[in-house]
Design a protein around this ligand. Sequence first.
Ligand code: HEM
Length: 159
Amino acid sequence: MFAAFIKKRIVILKSPFISHKNTNRLYSIGVQKILESLRISSIISFTFREAVNDVEYKGYLIPKGWKVMPLFRNIHHNPEFFPHLQKFDSSRFEAAPKPNTFMPFGSGVHACPGNEFAKLEMLIMVHHLASQFRYEVVRLENGTQYGPLPVHLHGFNWW
Ligand code: HEM
């Protein structure tokens, strides 16, 4: 799924060493892939907020003191905002998603302050995994298992 990214990355970064300048380029060619990965397979499943007063929402009462948990997987797999939601399509992120339809790092004043750092870490990790190892799926049949995060049914061989 990272094939196109890896191809471009190999052109830009011929060695495993990443300079600061190349980090910026790596970010610009790869960040949409990271966002789509986080959409398909959100690392954190949910956050929660406590109602500080009684709140009425769409005919429901959320009593003061109760907690509300937005489930990121459900939010990120809403076909209204993400058509063909099972398809890995990083071009979805060429335009910014509508507010509160995509929140792998939470939302509002307590949103993750480490989100940019985390995205960069993921890109650098993918760069090293792609430039120093090779992979093949263990068996050809397609499939995903949830444990609870989705992984390929029989995993990968790597060397
Ligand atoms: C892929 C990696 C990461 C993911 C998916 C992630 C996700 C999240 C989420 C969902 C929250 C809760 C936000 C909310 O309730 O609205 C959070 C909070 C937080 N994250 Fe991250 N995070 C990641 C990496 C990091 C890193 C690298 C740092 C620090 C360097 C960090 C620091 C924090 C802190 C301090 C909070 C608490 C913020 C607050 O309560 O005000 N996170 N993160």
